[in-house]
Design a binder for this molecule. Structure first.
Ligand code: FES
Ligand code: FES
Length: 152
C-alpha cells in the first residue's frame, strides 16, 4: 500500500509502482473527472497537476509520486480556478464536456505561471489537442477573461 497526497488529503492506494496515475485516480479512487483519451501522452485529456504543474496522468507512473502534491479537477482551488470556472460558465465554453476538465487544469497551471498570458502563451500551454467539439476559441477567450477578472 502507498500513501499519496491527492487534493490535499493523504490517500492510501494499492496500485503497483508501474501503474499509471490515471488508472489509480479513475479505477481505484473513483475520481472520474480526469478523462482517458489516447492513453499514450498525445491528447491531454488526462491532465492533472503535480506540485502545481500541468502533467499527463496517463504518462505518470505511481513510482515516485509519494512526495508530490497531486491535484485533480475535483480538488482544484484558488483564485485562478475560481476565475476560470466563472469564465467558463460566463462564455458557455463547454459543449460535450469530455475534454473540459483537462482544459481547466491546463489553464489553471498557466495562469499561476503567467498571470496575463498572450494568445501564443495559451496556445503553447494548453495540452488538450483533441477537443472534438472545437471549443478552442472559447477556451482562449475564457482564459483571457479569467486573467482580467481574477481577484488580486
Ligand atoms: S489520455 Fe493522457 S494524453 Fe491522452
Ligand atoms: S467539449 Fe467536447 S471534446 Fe471538448
Amino acid at each position: 500500500m502507498t500513501s499519496l497526497n491527492i487534493n490535499g488529503r493523504a490517500v492510501a492506494v494499492h496500485a503497483e509502482p508501474d501503474m499509471p496515475l490515471l488508472w489509480v485516480l479513475r479505477c481505484e479512487l473513483g475520481l472520474t473527472g480526469t478523462k482517458f483519451g489516447c492513453g499514450v501522452g498525445i491528447c491531454g485529456a488526462c491532465t492533472v497537476h503535480l506540485d502545481g504543474k500541468a502533467s499527463l496522468s496517463c504518462q505518470t507512473l505511481m513510482a515516485g509520486l509519494q512526495t508530490q502534491k497531486i491535484t485533480t479537477i475535483e480538488g482544484v482551488q484558488g483564485k485562478e480556478a475560481q476565475a476560470l470556472k466563472a469564465a467558463w460558465i460566463d462564455l458557455d465554453v463547454v459543449q460535450c464536456g469530455y475534454c473540459q476538465s483537462a482544459q481547466l487544469m491546463a489553464a489553471c497551471a498557466l495562469l499561476k505561471q503567467k498571470p496575463n498570458p498572450t494568445d501564443a502563451d495559451i496556445d503553447a500551454a494548453m495540452s488538450n489537442i483533441v477537443c472534438r467539439c472545437g471549443t478552442y476559441p472559447r477556451v482562449r477567450a475564457a482564459i483571457h477573461q479569467a486573467a482580467k477578472r481574477r481577484p488580486a
